[in-house]
Design a protein around this ligand. Structure first.
Ligand code: ATP
Ligand code: MG
Length: 642
């Protein structure tokens, strides 16, 4: 299979091979050029990077800008007010078309409304909303006022909401009466009420602004709760945006909580916006005049922040915003949306691709996906098998796939191929993008380039969209990211290796890397080997303590819809398959066929809980789990087997 870029793609690509050379020759000069090219500054910066108080970075020092102006107003001023910013598709089929001119008015009204509720520059606003246009409008209105938002995923409980509101000391909470989930309305504001109604409440929250979405019943606290249609709709639809310092905080966002308690990561304005816009241009290759872009992430995750709100809107792109789940009301809903809007750039997560594989390729085949020209993946390593399926069945067998490695902390894409430049390697995120430097270190903190050796991924130079800290906890910031290998290296927490061609392969969390009889084995590789078996849809691998080998490989697998479970024979076949694919050392001691895997609400497999099961421990913190009953299913299955 030839995975080198086609000359036609290369000819039109935003990313170029030259960018790697430019960035290598002058790191700060490269980023300064990106910042000036892609962002409209109210006043230019004088210092590109101030790293004198490392690891606390300041980018584009002295510059001022308004992030919302950059994402909205300037496009209208440039004559693109009629361009569609958002094609909104509600789960129930209701739609809205919002142009940049419309968006400008909506954001102005919301900014005026928040001001009327007492929100001032620097105040925090919690956003607990589903995937509707008002959510994007609220985030931009906050940015316009310089009031950092803290978006909390709409699937989180009142308890999760409360700790996040308290941590950020939010003055206002914006929410909806309810949200549509799988065809049914579910309450949302009720969780806000529960979160705020604790003890003798003299908490930080002064107002709750409520969008009517489902028309479900809500409780009402007079003096605190206000309807969006009462306070936003009649506001003037103009608002003068004030420039903010480049380092003014833009948002706080909690990590997914895959490995433990979520961390309140905070990002600032100029550097973040620069890298979000740059990566959406060169990695997703979005051409705002012609592309229809769609990122399926929830705005409650960093992917939604950088690649629904800030990156594409800063670039003036046209995008789809979809409220619901991929299988409501049928398993072809996503492909139907691609066909309907002519989506050309599509960005989703491996977990979704594996679910679609499980449902079968005949489903996307019923739709016209010929508009698709770039595909992206984020959130977990994408197994080569899933990569090939994605390209073949969604990407017309031609679309380049960008496997993008990054984190809430990094703010924007860090390691990824550039479409039109890179010859692709299925399953590998390949190379740091121009302007980013990464290395792999051994246990002693020495960089190496030897192929197939497992080490620790680190970032070696500050980057514009890097986190500026953990909200309210500078010590934890230093300790978590800048101490494992000294203050020279940002420790990402992910295991990685090079292949023989110098591509980087992400191998899963450092905590998950197994040591079997002195051999370092990665969860990602064994999982990919399992998924490459025709019977397996999904797999999760953990290392469990073993008297003989130190750790032993334990695998949990979900079979494909059409595969039959032949009990012990199936297990033996899969064990042998892994041995054949990787080597006898990787052969799982134990394989459990399970109906579901524990995943975070952002769709990542939570291996630490499976490790608890494999080691017969009580399972740990499950608050960020999408469905906590999954653990019972798995444990019941174990009990039955043994
Ligand atoms: P927590 O830090 O609270 O445990 P989390 O790390 O899951 O949560 P995120 O910031 O949403 O929270 O996820 C970032 C992580 O996702 C990365 O560190 C990496 O492990 C994984 N990841 C993201 N993209 C990729 C990718 N393309 N390939 C491999 N892994 C990826
Ligand atoms: Mg993390």
């Amino acid at each position: 299979m030839d995975l080198s870029p086609s000359p036609e793609f290369t000819a039109q690509a935003n990313g170029t091979a030259q960018m790697y050379d430019d960035a290598a020759a002058d790191h700060e000069g490269f980023w300064a050029a990106q910042a000036r090219e892609r962002i409209s500054w109210a006043s230019d910066f004088d210092t590109t990077l101030d790293w004198s108080e490392a690891p606390f970075a300041k980018w584009f020092v002295g510059g001022t800008l308004n992030v919302a102006y950059n994402c909205v107003d300037r496009h209208v001023e440039a004559g693109n007010g009629d361009r569609v910013a958002i094609h909104f598709e509600g789960e129930g089929g209701d739609t809205r078309t919002i142009t940049y001119a419309d968006l400008q008015k909506e954001v102005a009204k919301a900014a005026n409304a928040l001001t009327s509720l007492g929100v001032e520059k620097g105040d925090r606003v919690a956003v607990y909303m589903p995937m509707i246009p008002e959510t994007v409008v609220t985030m931009l209105a906050c940015a316009r006022l310089g009031a950092p938002h803290s978006v909390i995923f709409g699937g989180f409980s009142a308890e999760a909401l409360r700790t996040r509101i308290d941590d950020a000391e939010a003055k206002v909470v914006v929410t909806t009466d309810g949200q549509f989930r799988r065809g049914k309305p579910a309450p949302l504001k009720a969780a806000v009420d529960a979160a705020l109604d604790v003890g003798s409440d003299d908490g930080p929250v002064k107002s709750v602004l409520v969008v009517r979405r489902t028309e479900g019943d809500v409780d009402w606290t007079e003096g605190r709760d206000v309807w969006w249609h009462d306070v936003v709709d009649d506001q003037p639809d103009t608002h003068e945006a004030q420039p903010m310092d480049s380092e003014h905080p833009l948002f706080i966002l909690y990590t997914s909580g895959t490995t433990g308690k979520p961390k309140g990561i905070f990002h600032t304005s100029g550097g973040y916006l620069t890298q979000a816009a740059y990566t959406n241009a060169v990695v997703h290759d979005v051409h705002p005049e012609t592309d229809v872009y769609w990122c399926t992430a929830d705005v409650g995750w960093v992917t939604g922040h950088s690649y629904i709100v800030y990156g594409p809107l800063a670039n003036g792109a046209t995008q789809v915003l979809y409220e619901g789940t991929p299988d409501t009301p049928h398993q072809g809903r996503w492909w139907e949306i691609i066909e309907k809007y002519g989506v050309s750039v599509f960005y989703t997560a491996p977990t979704a691709i594996r679910a679609c594989m499980k449902w079968g390729a005949d489903i996307p085949q019923k739709f016209d996906l010929s508009s698709v020209r770039v595909l992206g993946s984020v959130g977990e390593p994408i197994n080569p098998e899933a990569w090939l399926w994605y390209r073949k069945h969604i990407g017309n067998d031609t679309a380049p796939i960008v496997d993008t490695w990054w984190q809430t902390e990094t703010g924007a894409i860090m390691i990824s191929p550039l479409p039109g430049v890179t010859t692709l390697e299925p399953g590998s995120a390949q190379k740091p993008i121009p302007g980013i430097s990464a290395e792999i270190l051994d246990d002693d903190g020495n960089p190496f380039t030897e192929p197939e050796k497992v080490g620790y991924l680190v970032l070696t130079k500050p980057w514009p969209s890097m986190l500026r800290g953990i909200w309210g906890d500078p010590e934890r910031y230093k300790e978590t990211y800048w101490s494992r290998f000294g203050e020279k290296y940002y420790f990402a927490g992910d295991g990685a290796k090079y292949d023989g061609s110098g591509n980087i392969w992400l191998l899963g969390r450092v905590d998950d890397v197994m040591n079997v009889s002195g051999h370092r084995l990665s969860t990602a590789e064994i999982e990919s080997a399992l998924v490459s078996h025709p019977s397996v849809a999904e797999a999760a691998v953990v290392g469990a303590t073993d008297e003989q080998t130190g750790q032993a490989v334990c695998a949990f697998v979900i079979l494909r819809g059409d595969a039959e479970d032949h009990g012990e024979d199936t297990v033996q076949e899969l064990r042998n398959h892994v041995a054949q694919q990787i080597g006898p050392i990787a052969k799982p001691r134990q394989i459990m066929v399970v109906p579901e895997l524990p995943k975070t609400r952002s769709g990542k497999i939570m291996r630490r809980l499976l490790r608890d099961v494999a080691e017969n421990r009580e399972v740990g913190d499950v608050t960020t789990l999408a469905d906590s009953s999954v653990m019972n299913l798995i444990q019941d299955g174990m009990a039955k087997d043994s």
